[in-house]
Design a protein around this ligand. Structure first.
Ligand code: GLU
Length: 473
């Protein structure tokens, strides 16, 4: 058994004995759920799926649909209009509270019923049926399989859902809902009656964790910016009036529903889902909260944990970098004598702020006081954030201004990214043409970069070129 499944199994075993909580009964059909049903599932960013217990048991998605429908409406409306129509403040109240902004009637957030109903109404569609179809398509794309409805739960909620209708009528009278309240709540009840399993929910959560691309099917379901905003709303409003404590103890964006489903998202890491119907007084699955709390503690998943830097960014700093070129004895002697003039600094991995700051610190520490050649070996750098690319370029420009020649060895895509601030000249030319960039020259290998510096030194060129006409970057 693989270690992830083993850990899930162990967690499942430990928590299945937990009693307490009540199965929701205000939707009569939900009261028939088996309180013993308990499943856990995880989907990784590589699209691998793990599960324990009853992770293939179907149940209605209920409120766990809310973040996904929010993502759909957000895609339709854009962030400004979406926020104008539905707020993003935790209400601190129960899921079915009348949490409307005084004056405007704008619902507090899309995770409580009022906001969710308003959000459902904002999904663009010609009519009610088309809207339900779009919502089902969207939930299915997140899950990576065709989902269907539980008609009995739908009928049961439609027969008893007057409080939700009342919320819709209230919003209509306050001006925050323009559609027919009866029809909109019917669409909302349909959305809540979509059948899923814990395994489905884990894939849906993983799609948000993966920036909107389903890691199992590869389909881009929503834009990254939409996934980010959805996760932000889940983090502050996803757990009913238990949202604050949840963020404190578990520290992950999450959403729970009255049928006992619960999802949590480790951004860039995984999606996890639990199904267990008994709910605590805040309306969250008792075993779901226990499982996620234990998992978060054990694996240090809390979002506020500072990211751990597992690999060193700077791999080497040193004088006397030498190429493999054949040199005459005189040339070799000259290069040996000048070993302090060509230095090389190597880096690896992803360059974000912390790594770039480390790299520039290492470069500062390595460059000699008198002008020389700096070879920045970024061959093992796998990526750079746009802000970090600009920061690196600015740091190098500063060193170039002090009279050093900078020679970068990097992979082609990296050069294109790092050079984005310049005149669009982004080729990592390996032909030794040094005139591509105002602040540095680029080569496709460390050896070529060092050889170019040696050639310059042997030819008696001064390290610094003529002052750049426009004064660097
Ligand atoms: N359909 C349910 C309702 O609106 C969903 C509530 C929930 O899961 O929080 O009452």
């Amino acid at each position: 058994m693989d270690p992830v499944t083993k850990a899930l199994d162990e967690l499942h075993r430990r928590i299945s004995g937990l009693r307490g909580g009540e199965v929701a009964s205000y939707i009569p059909k939900l009261a028939q759920a088996d309180p013993e049903d308990f499943g856990i599932a995880i989907t990784s960013m590589g699209g691998r799926r793990y599960q324990a217990g009853k992770a293939d048991t179907e149940f209605t998605i209920q409120s766990v649909s809310k973040p996904f429908v929010y993502a759909l409406a957000l895609t339709d409306l854009g962030p400004d209009e979406m926020l104008r129509r539905v707020g993003a403040e935790p209400s601190g109240e129960a899921f079915n509270a009348i949490s409307l902004e005084p004056g405007t009637g704008r619902p507090a957030n899309p995770m409580v019923n009022a906001g969710a109903i308003a959000t459902t109404a904002l999904v663009s569609a010609a009519d009610t049926e088309a809207r339900s179809a779009r919502i089902l398509d969207c939930l299915s794309a997140f899950a990576g399989r065709r989902l269907g409805y539980d008609e009995e739960v739908y009928a049961s909620e439609a027969a008893t859902g007057d409080r939700n209708r009342a919320l819709a009528y209230l919003m209509r009278s306050a001006g925050s809902l323009s559609d027919d309240p009866y029809a909109v709540t019917a669409t909302y009840f349909r959305q809540c009656s979509v059948l899923v399993t814990a395994a489905d929910l884990a894939v849906m959560a993983a799609t948000l964790a993966n920036g909107g691309r389903n890691p199992v099917t590869g389909e881009r379901v929503v834009e990254r910016s939409v996934a980010v905003r959805t996760l932000a709303v889940m983090a502050t409003c996803g757990m009913y009036d238990g949202a604050g404590e949840w963020l404190l103890n578990v520290g992950l964006p999450a959403k729970s529903g009255v049928s006992g489903g619960l999802i949590a998202v480790g951004p860039g890491r995984f999606g996890v889902a639990v199904y267990s119907p008994p709910l605590d007084p805040a309306g969250n699955s008792v075993r779901g909260v226990a499982a996620l709390t234990a998992m978060s503690e054990r694996l240090a998943l809390h979002l506020m944990h500072a990211p751990v830097h597992l690999t060193a960014t700077v791999t080497d700093t040193g004088h006397g970098a030498r190429s493999s070129r054949a040199r005459s004895p005189e040339q070799t002697a000259l290069l040996n004598r000048s070993s302090r003039r060509i230095i090389a600094v190597g880096a690896q991995g992803e360059l974000e702020f912390t790594e770039t700051e480390q790299l520039l610190g290492a470069v500062e520490g390595a460059v000699p006081a008198s002008p020389g050649w700096l070879v920045l070996d970024l061959m093992a750098v796998t990526g750079i954030r746009p802000g970090s690319a600009a920061m690196l370029a600015a740091g190098l420009a500063d060193i170039a201004r002090r009279g050093h020649r900078i020679v970068v060895a990097a992979q082609e895509p990296f050069l294109a990214a790092a050079d984005g601030h310049s005149d669009g000249h982004s080729d990592g030319h390996s032909d030794g043409d040094p005139d591509g960039h105002p602040d540095w020259h680029a080569f496709g290998s460390r050896d070529d970069a060092v050889a170019w510096c040696e050639d310059q030194l042997l030819a008696g060129e001064p390290p610094a070129g003529p002052p750049a006409a426009e004064g660097g970057s």
